[in-house]
Design a protein around this ligand. Structure first.
Ligand SMILES: Cc1cc2nc3c(=O)[nH]c(=O)nc-3n(C[C@H](O)[C@H](O)[C@H](O)COP(=O)(O)OP(=O)(O)OC[C@H]3O[C@@H](n4cnc5c(N)ncnc54)[C@H](O)[C@@H]3O)c2cc1C
Length: 262
């Protein structure tokens, strides 16, 4: 471990000030950050613990939206009766992230800021057309995920909350990599006021919308509408866990299962 200063702000405003130090890093549950530090991938001069900021936790349902504080753990989302009632697919997604320990420490803000290409929450955020709230602005899901581990967040910008419009129908299907429990491929589908969305994680460098499947489902929201549908393997991930063709084959299958379950 390298030496670093440790800050425990109680408000978002104080966290923003502490994060302005050169090479400072925000920390939520530390599920990715601490391992990156232990492996020597990063050596921040200061760590700003967001865990004591009460205004960043909690879940509210109002005006057709579910709003989740950026510091809310996966376990809290999975267990929330409000989320289970309003967007059961979101509670389902949170309940299948990693293992019990990871769900008790990992947060929605940390997951989105990290933007791992196989993470689950980015699929829900893009698949529901959510809005990311930060200390300084709001960012639409379609503008948030820019590339491999890259988002629209500026250095030191803090995700304070995420608001999800409540859809008429939605569902999540995850084909997990059994060792890491991340998605080899995960597909989130929704049908709501904003139309049909099909978001895919794990298959590419960054979560993305599968527009061909969206067009078919907009015409006919049924699993049958995806029977025989194919997705190009061009540009998809190709690694020891699964070829690009394997991932491409999984996408319409998982999307069809999700629609059937919605
Ligand atoms: C064994 C294991 C299995 C996992 N399996 C899955 C899985 O199946 N699916 C899945 O989706 N994820 C999985 N994860 C990831 C995990 O769920 C966490 O979401 C992820 O590791 C981020 O953790 P964290 O919230 O503790 O953030 P941290 O590790 O504390 O931070 C991660 C990054 O986000 C930044 N950050 C944190 N909070 C904020 C914020 N509010 N605003 C701006 N930036 C912020 C930090 O500076 C850091 O760069 C797994 C992790 C582990 C260790």
């Amino acid at each position: 471990m390298q030496a670093f200063s440790f800050h425990t702000p109680a408000t978002v405003a104080d966290a923003v000030k502490a994060a302005a130090a050169e090479d400072a890093k925000l920390m939520a549950g530390g599920q990715t950050l601490l391992q990156s530090m232990k492996l020597g991938l990063i050596a921040p001069s200061a760590v700003v613990d967001l865990g004591g900021i009460a205004e960043m936790t909690g879940i509210h349902v109002a005006d057709g939206k579910v709003t989740i504080g950026g510091g809310t753990t996966h376990a809290a989302v999975a267990a929330s009766a409000d989320v289970q009632k309003a967007i059961p697919a979101l509670a389902d997604l949170a309940s299948h992230i990693g293992d019990r320990q990871v769900r008790n420490r990992g947060t929605i803000g940390g997951s989105l800021a990290n933007n791992d290409p196989a993470a689950c929450y980015p699929a829900a955020v893009l698949g529901l057309g959510a809005t990311v709230h930060t200390n300084s602005r709001t960012i639409a899901a379609d503008d948030f995920f820019l590339g491999l581990y890259t988002t629209a967040l500026a250095e030191g910008e803090i995700i304070t909350a995420v608001s999800f419009p409540i859809p008429a129908k939605a569902a999540w299907q995850k084909f997990k990599q059994p060792a890491s429990r991340f998605s080899l491929v995960g597909v989130f589908v929704s049908h709501g006021a904003g139309g049909v969305r099909v978001a895919v994680t794990g298959a590419g460098a960054v979560v993305y919308r599968e527009s061909g499947l969206e067009t078919k489902l907009a015409a006919d929201w049924s699993a049958a509408a995806l029977a025989g549908a194919t997705v190009s393997a061009d540009g998809l991930n190709n690694d020891l866990h699964g070829s690009a063709e394997y991932r491409a084959a999984l996408i319409p299958v998982l999307a069809g299962r999700a629609v059937a379950a919605s």
